[in-house]
Design a protein around this ligand. Structure first.
Ligand code: ADP
Ligand code: MG
Ligand code: ZN
Length: 490
């Protein structure tokens, strides 16, 4: 039907996202080994269970289950009264048992959603399921002299892993990236995961297919992996959409495959043809009992959840009067949120808007690590609030306040101390400033004449001279006013 008219066909992308995150627990998923993956030495956190020794029996990690239940509540998913574990069978050196304990038919959470803001508006992404499983060992292909070798680190083997899968409801690369970012923020906020993408703590895979616009049936899907940043998620999907469209237009068939993302070359490449779930021979895990979820425990978890990012943005806008942009900047950065909340707690009367400006401006700039002497951990919310109050009440200038914040970040001194030591307290007493104003006017008769003639530039010049004389301590607004008054009066 489309033959001869194919140039006129437009395609719609269909995208589903699978995300794996490592959970924040003290021990691994089914044994007592430490879940500290930051440790440099390989193969130190192992035991018969996570090495897959015959006869070793798994024990369920309660904290990992709690994190997944909390995630389920946060994405408004349903939790089954009883859940089950399933064996996913495949052979690979990073999987010592020859199977992975996972959840197939009864995930801990299903049918959830997450709203994300995109340049095209709010998009609600449906989440099919979130389940708990165990991670594989880390396999590293490398060179030992002349030989190509593969090294195995079992420290990651059996670490708790949460997998979250969306419905195939995303239609563009930007929304896919925003979904991944928003889910990460949510998981970090509830403390379920550090979700560090650079170190593999969060792994994003994108399933991409195309179909002629206006049609229902799905096209052949390709799974893309190995994207190590949010930007690469977006780029990889954009590339894949374009690649598939070109193939379809050229009449080339697409195959169901797994492709990797090459960030340097900006292309996806074939890795392997895709397994179907039949290949995994899933069956109920005989070594673990079904898990009953106590409704009272669920209530407890719900009550302990912190304010979630979406609710926090809304509160910042609606109750504190912040702009959508400011609210988003504050909520997206965990350190910014924490210092903003602490500052508000220390001084609830302080203008939220002014405080937000300081946090999203100077404070966040200092967190970027450009100044190696600065440790933003030294800037408490209470001290930040004290500083903003000094500015707001006209006791120090904005410029000097920036310097104070920098010094607090470098030394951990209190704001009041720095202000006193540096002599930054602003002179806001007109009688104290009048002498300096008179002196500057006497020394600059031409500029004074210009001000009398109404030149606004000249008043800036005279103000600058007074500021210099007072080493920046004069209240600039007051100086201007005094200059005007003085020149009017004579
Ligand atoms: P698998 O383990 O085979 O990857 P999952 O069910 O874990 O299967 O994940 C499949 C993902 O692919 C889901 O996010 C789903 O929404 C998405 N998906 C399914 N069919 C398509 C399709 N035709 N095009 C794009 N994404 C799809
Ligand atoms: Mg998949
Ligand atoms: Zn172990």
């Amino acid at each position: 039907m489309l033959v001869g008219t194919s140039a006129a066909v437009t395609y719609e992308a269909v995208i589903g996202i699978e995300i794996h995150v490592q959970l924040r627990t003290a021990s691994k998923m089914f044994c007592g080994c430490s879940n500290d993956l930051g440790d440099a030495a390989p193969n130190v956190h192992t035991c018969p269970v996570c090495l897959g020794m015959p006869g070793a029996l798994p024990v369920i990690n309660r904290e990992a289950v709690r994190h997944v239940l909390a995630t389920g509540i946060a994405i408004e998913a349903s939790t089954p009264p009883v859940t089950r574990w399933d064996r996913k069978n495949y052979f690979y050196p990073d999987l010592p048992k020859g199977y992975q304990i996972s959840q197939y038919e009864l995930p801990l959470a299903s049918n959830g959603r997450l709203a994300v803001e995109t340049s095209g508006g709010t998009v609600e992404v449906g989440i099919t399921r979130a389940h708990l499983e165990e991670d594989t060992a880390r396999l590293q292909h490398t060179r030992a002299g002349e030989r190509q070798v593969s090294l195995l680190d079992y420290d990651r083997s059996g670490a708790p892993l949460l997998e979250i899968v969306t419905d195939p409801v995303i239609h563009d690369a930007e929304t896919a990236r925003r979904y991944a970012e928003e889910l990460r923020l949510l998981l970090v906020t509830i403390g379920a995961s550090h979700a560090a993408m650079e170190s593999g703590g969060m792994r994003v895979e994108a399933n991409v297919s195309l179909r002629p616009s206006g049609t229902e049936a799905f096209g052949t899907r390709v799974e893309v992996k190995n994207m190590n940043s949010f930007r690469s998620v977006e780029r990889a999907i954009e590339f894949e959409i374009a690649r598939q469209e070109a193939a379809l237009r050229a009449g080339e068939p697409l195959i169901m495959e797994t492709r990797g993302w090459d960030d340097e070359r900006g292309v996806t490449y074939h890795m392997r043809t895709k397994e179907t779930s039949d290949d995994y021979r899933y069956f109920p895990e005989p070594d673990l009992p079904p898990l009953r979820i106590d409704p009272a425990w669920l209530d407890e978890i719900r009550a302990a959840l912190p304010e979630l990012p979406a609710a926090r943005r809304r509160r910042y806008r609606e109750e504190l009067g912040l702009s959508a942009y400011d609210a988003d900047v504050l909520v997206t950065d965990a350190a910014a949120t924490a210092v903003f909340e602490a500052a508000r707690a220390a001084d609830p009367e302080l203008s939220a808007k002014k405080l937000a400006n300081w946090v999203s401006g100077e404070y966040l700039r200092l967190t970027k690590g450009e100044d190696p002497e600065v440790d933003v951990g030294r800037i408490s919310g209470a001290e930040l609030a004290a500083l903003v109050r000094l500015v707001e009440e006209g006791h120090i200038s904005g410029t000097n306040a920036k310097e104070v914040l920098l010094r607090v970040g470098r030394t951990g001194q209190r704001v009041a101390e720095v202000v006193a030591d540096a002599g930054f307290r602003q002179i806001s007493d007109s009688s104290a400033l009048q002498a300096a104003v008179d002196e500057v006017i006497a020394l600059n008769p031409e500029a004074a004449a210009d001000v009398r003639a109404g030149t606004s530039k000249a008043i800036g010049f005279l103000t600058g001279q007074v500021m210099k004389k007072t080493r920046g301590q004069a209240n600039a607004g007051l100086v201007q006013e005094l200059i005007r008054q003085t020149l009017q009066d004579d």
